[in-house]
Design a binder for this molecule. Structure first.
Ligand SMILES: O=C([O-])CC(=O)C(=O)O
Ligand SMILES: [Mg+2]
Length: 219
């Protein structure tokens, strides 16, 4: 029923997706970006969501679609200017997420000093796993994240290498943008990003907590 919202299907709520960029020094370096002194933020619309069983669609205007595996944090309680000390009280749970990125378009945007919207916010640019209740992840700063393409390991990172922790990010973001129940924060990707092609199979996981599989297709 449309009126009975269930946080385990947060992607159906139409809420914000707030993404953090360059939160792992090894990834900032692989793209020759400076390691930031404050979090880099951008947004995806809720139309970017895709769940297992549906394909990730290659936008027609890119020839270099990259995968970025990321820990997603699902907000459970609204907050503004949340102190770091109570930030975790606002977390309902987690999801494994991909920040699909049209890298060639992002490079053009960066060169022109323009926003990344078409590189980051297109339909299916935010594949998500099933919802992971908070109790299953006692410490979001101590998780191995991995991603394979056609069975080859491409990304193998650890959230202990984040420059800005989950509580810090919640506090920082909520100074500018009200966090609401059902919002999702993507916490940035470790190194190993690379391109995918039509028909590729992407598998990703968080330790033995969750794993997910997506195919890449054409619209
Ligand atoms: O496009 C980028 O490199 C920024 C980003 O999303 C990340 O670091 O996860
Ligand atoms: Mg990213």
């Amino acid at each position: 029923m449309a009126s009975s919202k269930n946080i385990t299907r947060f992607w159906e709520w139409g809420r914000k997706i707030i993404c953090v960029g360059r939160n792992y020094a090894d990834h900032a370096k692989e793209l020759k970006n400076a390691v930031p002194s404050e979090p880099v933020l951008f947004l995806k619309p809720p139309s970017a969501y895709v769940t297992e069983g549906s394909p990730i669609l290659l936008p027609f205007y890119t020839t270099n679609l990259h995968h970025e595996v990321e820990l997603g944090v699902v907000i459970g309680t609204r907050g503004v200017a949340i102190p770091q000390e109570s930030a975790m009280d606002h977390v309902a749970g987690y999801a494994l997420c991909l920040d699909m990125t049209a890298r060639d378009i992002q490079d053009q945007c960066k060169a022109k000093g323009l926003p990344w919207t078409l590189a980051k916010a297109f339909d299916t640019s935010c594949p998500v796993s099933e919802y992971i209740p908070k109790e299953r992840i006692p410490n979001p700063g101590n998780l191995r994240l991995w991603l394979k393409v056609n069975d080859q390991l491409r990304q193998d990172g650890h959230t202990s290498h984040m420059m800005f922790s989950v509580p810090f990010l919640i506090s920082y973001i909520s100074d500018f943008i009200t966090l609401e129940e059902g919002d999702l924060i993507l916490t940035g990707t470790p190194k190993g990003v690379a391109s995918v092609q039509e028909h590729d199979e992407i598998q990703a996981g968080i330790e033995d907590i969750v794993n997910m599989t997506f195919r890449v297709g054409r619209p």
